[in-house]
Design a protein around this ligand. Sequence first.
Ligand code: FES
Length: 95
Amino acid sequence: MEQKSLPYEKIVFVCTNQRAPGERVCCAGQGSIDLHAKLKELVKARGLRTRIRVSKSGCMDRCEFGPNIMVFPDNVWYSAVTEADLEAIVEKLAG
Ligand code: FES
């Protein structure tokens, strides 16, 4: 095993967990897969890709409040995110 420093200033976790119909609500069912893709595009378009990594995550157990996005190491949590929020999120990430 090798231990290294984080290769990014920030890692953004977008929950893309998907459940079957009739199961507990999930972030994917609330649009998070598209949000993840659009957030990646915005980060790339702003030239932030070397600083900020946008990753998918599994369930973070806040399903009813989704779509959920967590920013590490900022200790920031976004819930009920919509596409209209993404520009503002990227703005804060870039800050
Ligand atoms: S499915 Fe996203 S927090 Fe549970």
